[in-house]
Design a protein around this ligand. Sequence first.
Ligand code: HAM
Length: 421
Amino acid sequence: MYQAPRGTVDILPEDEPYWRYVREKAERIAALYGYGQLETPVFEDASLFQRSVGVGTDIVEKEMYIFKDLGGNELALRPEGTAPVCRAYLEHGMPSLPQPVKLYYIVSVFRYERPQAGRLREHHQFGYEAIGEGDASLDAEVIDMAWRFYQSLGITELTLQLNSIGCSACRPTYIDVLKKYYAGKVDELCADCKVRIERNPLRLLDCKQPACQKVADAAPKSTDFLCPECAAHFNDLKKYLGILGIPFSINSRLVRGLDYYTRTVFEVQPLVEGGQSTIGGGGRYDNLLAELGGKPAPAIGFATGIERIILNLKRQGIPVPPVSHPEIFVANIGAGTKDEAVKLAAALRKNNIGALAATEERSLRAQLRRANSLGVRFALIIGEDEFKNGTVVLRDMASAGQESVPLKGIEGVLKNRLSFK
Ligand code: HAM
């Protein structure tokens, strides 16, 4: 027997209400904040991610699904959504549109990670990017949108963590200071962190190993080394978040796992769990468009994992609206009535009433059992005599009450009954 590949899951009909709920809220909030939907291909040139996410990151180094197609092109399944959006922004001449250009996506994302609860090899993200504007009020708006999105879903037990990691002018000074601090602590670090000192020193700060966390807690803070422009930007952002009423805490160890960030980085985390369960994250990436060959354009964005959202909805016991299903079952008894049942069900569906006809030759009892298991509200029973008289039996499945009603105009009767719960 085949199974879904490790780290992937089938999304079953029983979870459909959750997926629909999250998607609808995402589409609603995107419309509220003026974002248009962009769909990019599932795969891209692998080098797009190497250049943007960065060669020293876990995502590029250990987690990408890379393959060569039959034409010899090196492609990668998308390990994140931001770089493809930037690629599309440049490819479709969007720099000439009024800025910022605001784009959102709901896509599958692939990372070869060690699977566990809330960590998959194929997951789904709702993400959005605002490209072409560097003002801190836009950072605040992007963060506000994330916060309001979770609120609209009913998820409340969250914290917003915020940091600034500076820009290409001030970050090198900070990295030097950080490296000097860590140089005296190499023996206390895990094997990965020993490599990070040279390859990706910022990531030393968010190592999950307890010993490394202790060292990171006492490390110099990026916010103490910001250039005047970055410091002013960070102060403005905090002011705007205050104006918008978004609660946040500064987390000096927040650096994010992708290399393209500049200045603002932020994450949303559930109160009850630690960093591994981060529900969403984002930040500014003011150099990325230029690095991808475009005219320099500041930008900021955010993405949140849909599977992790659903885990939180379930953990908090948040009810989601059920998905509608057919409310009518058409049963038949007697010669020739099955054809009429098939016809009647089709006529009801044409009238926008969800209806199913019995497909097998079975007793009326068996058909009503089937109707019951389908959860329909009414069964229509077509018998030989009734049919000749132009009537049909309408059975209320909950009360088992039955009455004879004329076939002509049945759609109106059903619509009327179905509108009363
Ligand atoms: P990220 O933090 O790597 O950021 O991913 C965003 C969210 O996707 C995470 O907070 C988490 O909820 C979910 N996620 C990530 N990996 C997994 C996984 N293996 N299984 C389940 N869920 C996962 C980005 O990808 C950036 N592109 C976000 C961004 C947009 N920055 C600027 N614009």
